[in-house]
Design a protein around this ligand. Structure first.
Ligand SMILES: Nc1nc2c(ncn2[C@@H]2O[C@H](COP(=O)(O)OP(=O)(O)OP(=O)(O)O)[C@@H](O)[C@H]2O)c(=O)[nH]1
Ligand SMILES: [Mg+2]
Length: 190
């Protein structure tokens, strides 16, 4: 269980990260996939991370300290059409640097929309992330949006897009489906 959660800081470069030894868990995914909502669901705090109907809400790396032992890191999403190319590239550069130079990065959590399935961008990033030596976990969001009669089929289709043995968790921040399991197996399993 997450007993305690607090927003600590927003950074745009590795140099500004807090000078402590807590592990970092980075959330990546398309804009609007539900990264910020997942932070609120995991911490059981509705307004902790800013959520919006309009994509592009998160524009910095936002660090949330959980149980005074680990950081959940919210990042800007990709694939937001209205964002300028220059800004998209600068976000990408910021995230790449964070991955490369943050020695405390423990796991990367790639979010995909259960209703939409992995997009080309999601799969390209998935392949790119295979090259680095950090555990990669898939979290499928918005499970509530798929009709219950279609969920099994959709799960099979999604699983078939990733490598065999890929760890995947299915969640809904709206109904809290799968959230407790995610906490226990991914964040608290140390
Ligand atoms: N039905 C449903 N809607 C969700 C769920 N999770 C997120 N949403 C909605 O999806 C929209 C985007 O959610 P955010 O959490 O802001 O998405 P994000 O990935 O942080 O987006 P960026 O900050 O733009 O990268 C909001 O309208 C949320 O309410 C879910 O599990 N179920
Ligand atoms: Mg966000």
């Amino acid at each position: 269980m997450i007993k305690q959660a607090e927003f600590v800081t927003s950074v745009v470069s590795v140099a500004d990260l807090p000078n402590d030894n807590f592990d970092h868990f980075l959330l990546l995914g398309r804009s609007n996939v539900g990264k910020s909502s997942l932070i609120n669901a995991v911490t059981n705090r509705k307004g902790l991370a800013r959520v919006s109907q309009t994509p592009g809400k998160t524009i910095t790396l936002n660090l949330y300290l959980l149980n005074e032992s680990l950081y959940l890191v919210d990042a800007p999403g990709y694939g937001y059409a209205k964002r300028s190319k220059t800004q998209s590239l600068s976000f990408l550069k910021m995230i790449k640097e964070y991955i490369k130079y943050n020695g405390h990065l423990k796991k990367i959590i790639l979010l995909i929309d259960f209703n939409v399935g992995p997009t080309i961008d999601d799969l390209n990033l998935y392949i790119e992330l295979q090259k680095i030596d950090i555990e990669l976990i898939i979290v499928a969001t918005k499970y509530d949006k798929v009709k219950s009669s279609y969920r099994m089929k959709q799960q099979k289709i999604i699983e078939s897009k990733f490598f065999d043995g890929q760890k995947m968790y299915i969640t809904s921040s709206a109904t809290k489906y799968g959230i407790e399991k995610l906490i226990n197996e991914v964040f608290m399993n140390e």
